[in-house]
Design a protein around this ligand. Structure first.
Ligand SMILES: Nc1ncnc2c1ncn2[C@@H]1O[C@H](COP(=O)(O)OP(=O)(O)OP(=O)(O)O)[C@@H](O)[C@H]1O
Ligand SMILES: [Mg+2]
Length: 162
């Protein structure tokens, strides 16, 4: 599996990365956002939402499990937070199926480990965050299909490629 790792030096840089990544996300894809509390999963989600032309403010979905945003083109962005979901059965009981791999939506999943078995699909892309220090995060992008486009977008976003 190919992994690209970048260093984000600030919240703004992670936001910029999200805006760029959005251009590389066809509808139907699901992005797993993995990493500790406060590592930047929601910041990246905000950037992706902006890149998908969503004007609404994207907030942490922690207390809602699923948040739905409508794009100007009529499609959707689903922002899921599995932090408080115990396991896959609980997620299925919640109705998670309606939010995953939908042809007319891009879906972001915070705390994807909770439902790993439901995400085993070639349309899954994974972004993994590591805390380096207060303002720096190592962000690795796994199984992204469009390799060259990804690299170009990252360079435009000013991200250091490791
Ligand atoms: N390089 C960076 N990239 C992203 N966020 C950063 C960076 N440096 C500092 N921050 C700060 O880290 C915090 C990230 O918060 P965020 O809500 O995105 O985390 P999260 O991963 O979604 O956490 P949770 O698991 O609680 O949902 C923000 O307060 C942000 O300002
Ligand atoms: Mg969050």
């Amino acid at each position: 599996m190919k992994v690209h790792e970048f260093i984000s030096e600030s919240e703004e840089m992670t936001l910029a990365l999200g805006i760029r990544l959005a251009k590389l996300l066809p509808s139907g894809s699901v992005v797993a956002l993995a990493g500790d509390l406060g590592c930047g999963k929601t910041v990246l989600s905000r950037g992706i939402a902006r890149g998908l032309d969503i004007a609404e403010a994207v907030t942490s979905p922690t207390f809602t499990v699923a948040q739905e945003y409508r794009r100007p083109n009529g499609e959707y962005l689903y922002h899921l937070d599995m932090y408080r979901i115990a396991d896959e059965n609980a997620a299925l009981a919640f109705g998670i199926d309606e939010f995953l791999f939908q042809p007319n939506a891009v879906t972001l999943v915070e705390w994807p480990e909770q439902i790993a078995g439901l995400l085993d699909d070639e349309r899954l892309r994974t972004v993994r965050f590591r805390h380096l220090d207060e303002n720096r995060r190592a962000i690795s992008i796994e199984n992204w299909l469009e390799e060259e486009a990804l690299k170009q977008e990252m360079e435009k976003a000013g991200l250091t490629v490791l």
